[in-house]
Ligand binder design. Structure first.
Ligand code: UDP
Length: 248
């Protein structure tokens, strides 16, 4: 049974989705780490979408704690720095797990780098089963490989989980031709194709993530994670978002 054939919620457009948020989105106005209020707000967003009957899994970045490229810039071996970045994503995953469980949402963290005393290892079929049972699965440690990003991890896990859509929660309400906070003439797109995102080099997700989503025919919906209720609105097909779909 696919997610679409499962308990399809009446008011949601998608039965199973993956939400990707960057680590920086959880940082608020801080320069480093987690802002508990923002973590709580994002957990509220996820809680309300779970309440719509949607199966949700999450990939959270690690940029609020450590980024491989920054470590490499200080002379560290890139692969080692990337492993540190992956560990940072597990810290964020545990913070989100805690916030969701305080709201009564059942969760499991699965790490691509096995950490037996902290969380489950990533096992695809087990993750699917958790989702079918209504648990939110939070995928930590990215793809488990250096030289990749959590954007690519999000597209990979969305493909493996058979998600109907990949949601990218950002600081702004969609995809723009330039950063709208810096360039007032930036144009906002309502719809795009995966190929257009690649051809125009729009800074939505990295190219490997876009390509993977394209190959697996997964639409990407970009919306503001900081607007209260936006995740549920987008799932209901309302609110402001940019949708990236197949050509034709
Ligand atoms: N990372 C990695 N492989 C992966 C995912 C992440 O090596 O599959 C490392 C990489 O160093 C990256 C860091 O983890 O800089 C944090 O992830 P990312 O930069 O994607 O986080 P975000 O920008 O979304 O907060």
């Amino acid at each position: 049974m696919t997610a679409m054939e499962g308990a399809m919620p009446t008011n949601a457009r998608y039965g199973r989705v993956l939400l990707k948020i960057s680590g920086e989105a959880l940082m608020g106005n801080r320069e480093y780490g987690l802002d508990p209020e923002i973590v709580a707000r994002v957990a509220d967003e996820v809680h309300s979408v779970v309440g719509m009957g949607v199966e949700v899994c999450l990939v959270i970045g690690g940029g609020n704690i450590f980024r491989g490229v920054s470590g490499a810039a200080t002379g560290m071996e890139r692969a080692t720095a990337d492993y540190m970045g992956m560990l940072a994503t597990v810290i964020n995953a545990l913070a989100m797990q805690s916030a969701l469980e305080r709201r009564g949402v059942q969760t499991r963290v699965q790490s691509a780098i096995p950490m037996a005393s902290v969380c489950e290892p990533y096992i695809r079929r087990r993750a699917v089963r958790h989702m079918e049972k209504g648990r939110v699965v939070i995928f930590g440690a990215g793809t488990g490989n250096p030289f990749f990003t959590t954007d690519t991890a999000a597209a990979l896990r969305a493909s493996e989980m058979g998600c109907d859509a990949l949601l990218k929660g950002t600081k702004v309400d969609g995809v723009y031709s330039a950063d709208p906070n810096k360039d007032p003439s930036a144009q906002r797109f309502e719809t795009l194709t995966h190929l257009e995102v690649l051809a125009k080099d729009l800074q939505v997700m990295d190219a490997s993530a876009i390509s993977l989503a394209r190959e697996n025919k997964i639409p990407i919906l970009v919306f503001s994670i900081h607007t209260a209720g936006a995740f549920a609105e987008v799932m209901a097909g309302r609110g402001k978002f940019t949708i990236i779909t197949e050509e034709g």
